[in-house]
Design a protein around this ligand. Structure first.
Ligand SMILES: Cc1cc2nc3c(=O)[nH]c(=O)nc-3n(C[C@H](O)[C@H](O)[C@H](O)COP(=O)(O)OP(=O)(O)OC[C@H]3O[C@@H](n4cnc5c(N)ncnc54)[C@H](O)[C@@H]3O)c2cc1C
Length: 382
C-alpha cells in the first residue's frame, strides 16, 4: 500500500485490535448472516464493549473521546474484510452525530450511553418510496398536538432498519415552507404505531438489514424533536459531508483489499502453461488499477485531515464519494474479470465485493447528485 502519514502508532495498535475482533467475531459468521439477512444483534453489544461504537463521543456519556481517525480505522478494517453487513458506520459516523450535535443535554444523556454500549442501534430515515435524491420532497408529516407530535408516513431502504431501536426521522412540520418546513425527530422503535416492513432483498450487502419503516399516528413527546423546528434540512446538509467521507473511506479500503487479493490470485492461477500474472494484459490492468487506487488513497487521506481541521466542505466530500465509489466499481470489475469464472462465484470475495460495491454509487447521495454539488460550488465561485 502507498505509504500513509494519517495515523500514529497508538492508532495502528487500535487497528490491530479491530482487525483481531473482525477475524474472530465477524468473518467466521458473515456468510451465515448473509443467509439470515442481518447480523447477530449481540454483535452490537460486543462491539460496544470493545469501544468500537461511536469512539469520538465524549467521556461524559461513556465514549472514548478520540478523533475521527478511529472511526476511519474501523471503517477501513470492515471494508478490508468485506464485512458489508456491519452497520456501525451508519450508526457511529452518520446517525449518532445528529444527537451529539443538535440534541439537548437531556436527549444526549438519555440516548448516547446506549449508542456507545450497543444497547441502542440507530438508523436515519430520510428516503421514502416516492423520494430519495430530492429530500425536500418528503411526505412524512409531524403535526403538533398539545405537548406531542404525531408522525405519519413511510420510509424505505433504511439501513439497520430491522435492528434499529432509535430512528432519526425526517418529517415535514410545515408543508408550505419547503426546506424550512423539515424537522428531525427521535423515534423509539417501541412507540405505538411504529412498524418495520420487510427486510429488503438486495443485490449485495446481504447481511445488512435494510428495511421499510411505517409510522401510523406515532405520538412522540415534544422533547423528541431533534434540534429546532424547521431546521432539519440545514442539519442534514451540515452532516452529509461526514456521511460521504465515511462512504469514501470504506470504498477505497475495500478496493485496495480486492486489488491485493487479485494480485495473489493471478500469481497462483495458470493458463497456457504460465501464471495469469505473466500476461501483459494482466500486468497492464493491475498497474492501471494500482496507480488510480494509490492516487485516490492520497486524496481521501487528505480529506480526512481536512475534516479533522473542520475544513472539509460539501463539495470536497462529494468529490471524495464520487471518486472512490466510481473507482471501486471499475477496479473491482477489472479484478473480477482477472478471476475468470471463479470471480462470478459467491464464495470468492471478489464476487461479493462486486455486488456489494454497486450501491456505493447510489446511497448517501447518487453520483449524479455528487456532480451537482461539485458543479454548483464551482459555478458559485467562478
Ligand atoms: C442499500 C441501501 C441503503 C440505504 N440506506 C439508507 C438509509 O439508511 N437512510 C435513508 O434515508 N436512505 C437510505 N438509502 C436510500 C438512498 O439514499 C437513495 O436510494 C438515494 O438517495 C437515491 O434516491 P432514490 O432511490 O429515490 O433515487 P431517485 O432520486 O429516484 O433517482 C433515480 C435516478 O435519477 C437520478 N437523479 C435524481 N435527481 C437528479 C438530478 N437532479 N440530476 C440528475 N440526475 C438525477 C439519480 O442520480 C438516479 O440515477 C439506501 C439505499 C440503499 C439502496
Amino acid at each position: 500500500m502507498f505509504p500513509r502519514t494519517l495515523f500514529d502508532s497508538d492508532q495502528e495498535l487500535f487497528r490491530d485490535s479491530v482487525r483481531r475482533f473482525i477475524e474472530t467475531e465477524i468473518t467466521p459468521f458473515h456468510a451465515q448472516w448473509e443467509k439470515d439477512g442481518c447480523v447477530d444483534r449481540a454483535l452490537w453489544n460486543k462491539a460496544g464493549e470493545q469501544g468500537f461504537l461511536c469512539p469520538t463521543l465524549p467521556e461524559a456519556y461513556g465514549g472514548v473521546e478520540v478523533d475521527f481517525r478511529y472511526n476511519v480505522i474501523i471503517n477501513e478494517e470492515i471494508a478490508r474484510a468485506g464485512a458489508s453487513g456491519i452497520g456501525w458506520g451508519l450508526h457511529s459516523d452518520i446517525a449518532v452525530p445528529y444527537i451529539l450535535n443538535y440534541g439537548t443535554e437531556e436527549q444526549k444523556q438519555r440516548y448516547l450511553p446506549g449508542c456507545i454500549s450497543g444497547e441502542l442501534v440507530t438508523a436515519i430515515a430520510m428516503t421514502e418510496p416516492g423520494t430519495g435524491s430530492d429530500l425536500q420532497g418528503v411526505k412524512t408529516t409531524a403535526v403538533r398536538d398539545g405537548d406531542d407530535w404525531i408522525i405519519n408516513g413511510s420510509k424505505t431502504f433504511i439501513t439497520n432498519g430491522q435492528h434499529a431501536d432509535l430512528v432519526i426521522v425526517v418529517a415535514k412540520t410545515d408543508k408550505s415552507a419547503g426546506a424550512r418546513g423539515i424537522s428531525l425527530f427521535l423515534v423509539e422503535a417501541s412507540r405505538d404505531g411504529y412498524s418495520r416492513g420487510s427486510n429488503l432483498e438486495k443485490v449485495g450487502m446481504k447481511a445488512q438489514d435494510t428495511s421499510e419503516l411505517f409510522f401510523e399516528d406515532v405520538r412522540v413527546p415534544a422533547q423528541n424533536l431533534l434540534g429546532a423546528e424547521g431546521q432539519g434540512f440545514v442539519y442534514l446538509m451540515q452532516e452529509l459531508p461526514q456521511e460521504r467521507l465515511s462512504v469514501a473511506t470504506n470504498a477505497i479500503s475495500n478496493t485496495e483489499s480486492i486489488l491485493e487479493q487479485t494480485v495473489q490470485y493471478v500469481s497462483d492461477r495458470k493458463a497456457f502453461g504460465k501464471p495469469i500474472a505473466a500476461f501483459q494484459n494482466t500486468q497492464f490492468k493491475l498497474a492501471e488499477c494500482k496507480t488510480r487506487v494509490d492516487a485516490t488513497r492520497v486524496f481521501v487521506d487528505r480529506c480526512v485531515e481536512l475534516h479533522l481541521e473542520g475544513k472539509l466542505d460539501a463539495a470536497m466530500a462529494a468529490e471524495a464519494k464520487l471518486l472512490t465509489t466510481e473507482l471501486q466499481g471499475q477496479v473491482i470489475d477489472e479484478c473480477l474479470q482477472l478471476h475468470g469464472g471463479y470471480g462470478y462465484m459467491w464464495e470468492y470475495p471478489v464476487a461479493r465485493a462486486w455486488a456489494d460495491a454497486r450501491v456505493q454509487r447510489i446511497y448517501a447521495g447518487t453520483s449524479e447528485v455528487m456532480k451537482l454539488i461539485i458543479a454548483r460550488q464551482m459555478l458559485e465561485q467562478g
